[in-house]
Design a protein around this ligand. Structure first.
Ligand code: SAM
Length: 250
């Protein structure tokens, strides 16, 4: 029977492609790629010559059934995105969901993923974290999302692009707070890999002052809110107030 392979590709450093990924890509009948020109460069570097078809967010809904028909007919299909793990802020969800509904075998080929790489070296708590992907593009929705996440105790992870990084850093300082601990991983696995760490205010100032600080690709990691030492619940003042109120009841 056919298999749909979900293959992780590098996020910057070609050496991060696993041997298993190379074997699966070489042996596939077809490679479904987010951007065929981009993936062609990777395949050329590896000396792999397998037919490709384009599969991205705009044709995912029309194309997925045809791809699954091929897998059901016995083909081995490999899904790749431009970088990292497919489905993680990348196309593939519609395809994998439909594959599972049809009983098609789906097999992950794990590898690079910016969230996990960033967390593994950030030094923030990783026992509980929440991946928030990209913040909404519109300012109001972005600010509301940050405000809603402010009290979350988990480490929060965001993806960000170069043209929005400055605005997002400002919004974090404003809506989460200047003192919250922030780590930003920039250009992971590439020549200019940099980690910025400190309070949100310090990291923002450092990155905006750095000539290259707003160029490249970013993972932002915010420490979760630390519960205050004072236990919650009614204190002596609340008890006192209740007694006064009860006294006045008939
Ligand atoms: N599927 C990918 C993964 O597994 O990480 C993510 C794809 S998403 C469209 C692209 C975003 O991932 C970038 O805007 C950036 O936030 C993050 N990213 C990807 N590669 C990165 C890298 N080398 N360094 C830092 N962030 C990266």
């Amino acid at each position: 029977d056919g298999v749909l392979y979900i293959v992780a590709t590098p996020i910057g450093n070609l050496e991060d492609l696993s041997r298993r990924a190379v074997a699966v890509l070489s042996g596939a009948d077809v490679i479904a790629a987010e951007d065929t020109r981009h993936t062609r460069r990777l395949l050329d570097a590896l000396g792999i010559d397998v037919p490709m078809l384009s599969f991205h967010e705009h044709n995912e809904r029309e194309r997925h059934e045809a791809i699954l028909d091929r897998v059901a007919a016995g083909a081995s299909v490999a899904l790749v995105s431009d970088a990292g793990t497919p489905l993680i802020s990348d196309p593939g969800y519609v395809l994998v969901r439909a594959a599972r509904a049809r009983g098609v075998r789906v097999c992950p080929i794990p590898g690079a993923c910016a969230v996990v790489a960033a967390l593994s070296a950030a030094g923030l708590p990783t026992d509980r974290f929440a991946y928030e992907g990209f913040l909404p593009g519109r300012r109001k929705a972005r600010d509301e999302r940050l405000a809603a996440l402010r009290d979350d105790p988990r480490t929060l992870v965001f993806y960000e692009s170069p043209h929005r990084i400055a605005g997002t850093l400002d919004a974090i300082v404003e809506h989460v707070g200047p003192e919250r601990e922030l780590v930003v991983a920039r250009e992971l696995t590439k020549a200019f890999e940099t980690f910025y760490q400190g309070t949100a205010q310090v990291v923002r100032d450092q990155m905006l002052a750095d000539d290259h600080g707003h160029r490249g690709e970013f993972v932002l990691m915010l420490a979760g809110q630390v519960p205050s030492e004072v236990p919650a619940g009614p204190g002596p003042d609340a008890d006192q107030m209740l007694r006064v109120l009860l006294r006045d009841l008939p």
